[in-house]
Ligand binder design. Structure first.
Ligand SMILES: NC(=O)c1ccc[n+]([C@@H]2O[C@H](COP(=O)([O-])OP(=O)(O)OC[C@H]3O[C@@H](n4cnc5c(N)ncnc54)[C@H](OP(=O)(O)O)[C@@H]3O)[C@@H](O)[C@H]2O)c1
Length: 233
């Protein structure tokens, strides 16, 4: 593992919302951060300019296997050895009951929220050092046992599928020495979380980073909230 001053992180999906704050918070704590966006410029580039080398921006459409392979090649070429690979990107397409969801919408959300994060982990895990961490932003909305209130059926199903696929990933790579985490950040005010969410990402993301740092070196897969408590499957 690297010393605290040169820990390296790659954040997938950091143009705005929780991913942007996560990239910024890691840089503030002294990490060297690479963060991806699918649009040039914007707030992420402004943060990168402000951090003057501590935060660099890469371009990635996460659903593209070709772009994942190209990103891996670029980072490998630069000799990147990651202490943290964090897949944050996801989408929500509103609050329809599942029988009203079109096949196209179902496919888009499942590909983005469940299939692509796992493809990203597989494409990029070789960059993660032994003893490093691979993490994906999940949600307690993906908890099957907590699904007792109505609403957001497709989004919930996509996060449950993500969790299930992450368990398969963890079994497949049980002996790779990497810490594996699914993170529930709580309900935050972002484009996805909406303006009435109770949490400000500037308050909840430092708690998430505390959890990531505290879990360094922990074996196996855990599904944790921002307080480090286990979320039931
Ligand atoms: N906000 C909440 O209350 C909450 C609660 C629990 C879990 N989460 C999870 O936290 C994560 C971040 O959510 P957020 O609230 O910050 O959402 P957000 O503000 O909507 O941001 C989503 C991020 O994902 C990126 N993204 C989406 N699809 C992508 C793709 N195909 N390729 C690359 N990037 C893509 C977006 O990039 P563009 O700008 O290019 O669209 C954006 O940077 C998600 O996994 C979400 O499910 C959020």
């Amino acid at each position: 593992m690297s010393t605290t001053s040169d820990r390296k992180a790659l954040i997938i999906g950091a143009s705005r919302g929780l991913g942007l704050v996560l990239a910024d918070e890691l840089a503030r704590r002294g990490w060297l951060v690479t963060a991806t966006t699918r649009r040039g410029g914007g707030e992420l580039q402004a943060r990168a300019d402000a951090w003057n080398g501590r935060l660099t921006v890469e371009s990635l459409e996460m659903t593209s296997s070709e772009q994942l392979a190209a990103l891996r090649e670029r980072l490998e070429g630069e000799g990147h050895r990651l202490d943290l690979l964090f897949v944050n990107a996801a989408i929500d397409r509103g609050n329809l009951p599942i029988h009203e969801v079109s096949t196209d919408m179902f496919t888009e959300v499942m590909i983005t929220n469940a299939l692509s994060p796992l493809r990203a982990l597989e494409a990029l895990r070789g960059l993660v050092a032994p003893g490093g961490t691979v993490a994906v932003m999940s949600s307690d909305q993906g908890s099957i046992s907590r699904n007792t209130e109505g609403g957001y059926e497709l989004y919930k199903a996509s996060k449950a599928a993500l969790n299930q696929l992450m368990r398969s990933y963890a079994t497949r790579h049980a002996d790779d020495g990497q810490t594996k985490l699914l993170i529930d950040p709580g309900h935050n005010r972002t484009q996805l979380g909406g303006p009435d969410a109770p949490l400000n990402p500037r308050e909840s993301i430092p708690a998430v980073v505390d959890v990531l740092e505290a879990q360094t070196g922990a074996p196996g897969l855990q599904f944790l909230d921002r307080h480090g408590e286990t979320v039931p499957w």
